[in-house]
Design a protein around this ligand. Structure first.
Ligand SMILES: NC(=O)c1ccc[n+]([C@@H]2O[C@H](COP(=O)([O-])OP(=O)(O)OC[C@H]3O[C@@H](n4cnc5c(N)ncnc54)[C@H](O)[C@@H]3O)[C@@H](O)[C@H]2O)c1
Length: 329
């Protein structure tokens, strides 16, 4: 039986990770009340993870010693750029507090706690494991700083860290995420397929050359499978000097996204995408690398989406239909 904490559990990825597994007892923590999975044992905690006592409290639950942490709390890209202090507090301070607690409380158990940290491609230009990181925004800077600590804590044997550089996970369910410059990447698919207008901040029209902007993407289904795979990879399989892995993804341009939308939802859906170029948004998204070498993550056993955007958009449309059918019963 595994005792696992998910921090940032009320968020998009935290919500997806709630796949019921009878072999995992979950502690779900977030500043907003997390949802509890229906068929598994879980404790939900509404807590501000920038406070040390709150973080330490997660390690003192009735479940006893923890073996795995999915560290997912974060202030996303535009949120960190617009509110530097909050971004730093959550993307760096709260990660360090969680890491320190994993070290301190993990010392009571036989094995080091697996510390799985969700980082981002906003830590560019880590195109292969050996090239230099030089983030161009507060979000990437906060994530990179935390990564250095996770790798150092792992090298010293304080935790068993695994850092995931996530591609932009597309298509996100739920309400549009305001505080992220990547929000439109899902929004231009999600809203039109629900007959709602969506704003694209890249380019001024559907003919704009700015739509050739390439993006590095992964589907939610593949991302969650990779979240499960990462906890089973033996520690000695990772590179000696870093625990960071760029999860496999694929490249698609904004135009290719819109083409997939048109194929699945027709011209009617495409017409629901409106354009207002936002230079800050375009600068942040353009600074993210869009082509990575998948060789290393695939060699570790991670999986990748096949077939580009179209199957992902088709899957999203099926999900919408299933959800609306479920809502009728
Ligand atoms: N979704 C993606 O495409 C993507 C890509 C790269 C990296 N990531 C990273 O993965 C993680 C999860 O992403 P997501 O898409 O689920 O984001 P999200 O914004 O949906 O979830 C983040 C969660 O962190 C919580 N949080 C923020 N401050 C907190 C605090 N002080 N105490 C407790 N909880 C707090 C929020 O309430 C939210 O529920 C984030 O760290 C993000 O940076 C996501």
């Amino acid at each position: 039986m595994s005792n696992t904490v998910i921090t940032g559990a009320a968020g998009f990825l935290g919500g997806l990770a709630l796949v019921a597994d009878p072999n995992v007892r979950l502690i779900l923590a977030d500043i907003f009340e997390p949802k509890s999975p229906k068929s598994s044992t879980a404790i939900t905690v509404k807590v501000d993870l920038t406070a040390k006592e709150a973080v330490d409290g997660l390690f003192k639950s009735e479940f006893g010693v923890l073996d795995t942490i999915y560290c997912l709390q974060g202030i996303l890209s535009r949120g960190s750029e617009d509110n530097f202090d909050l971004g730093l507090k959550v993307n760096f301070d709260s990660i360090c507090l969680t890491l320190q607690a994993a070290h301190e409380f993990g010392a009571q158990s036989a094995a080091r706690i697996k510390f799985i940290f969700a980082s981002s491609l906003a830590v560019p230009h880590i195109v292969t494991p050996d090239t230099i990181a030089a983030p161009e925004g507060a979000y990437g800077m906060g994530k990179l700083t935390s990564e250095l600590f996770v790798s150092e804590f792992s090298r010293r044997g304080f935790v068993d860290g695994r850092i995931l550089h996530l591609p932009t996970v597309t298509v996100r369910h739920g309400a549009p995420a305001a505080a992220t410059s990547a929000a439109f990447i899902s929004g231009i698919i999600r809203e039109p397929l629900k007959d709602i207008e969506s704003l694209c901040p890249i380019g001024d029209s559907v003919e704009s050359p700015a739509l050739e902007l390439p993006l590095w993407l992964a589907s939610p289904q593949t991302t969650i499978k990779n979240f499960i795979i990462v906890r089973h990879i033996p520690a000695d399989k990772f590179l000696l000097h870093t625990r960071a892995v760029c999860l496999p993804g694929f490249t698609a341009t904004v135009r290719e996204e819109l083409d997939a939308l048109e194929k699945v939802g027709g011209k009617k859906a495409l017409k629901l995408v409106k354009f207002t170029d936002d230079p800050v948004n375009r600068r942040l998204v353009s600074s993210w690398p869009a082509r990575f070498d998948n060789t290393y993550p695939l060699s570790l056993g991670f999986i990748v989406d096949e077939g580009g955007m179209e199957p992902i958009v088709r899957q999203f449309q099926k999900d919408i239909e299933l959800r609306s059918r479920d809502a009728l019963f």
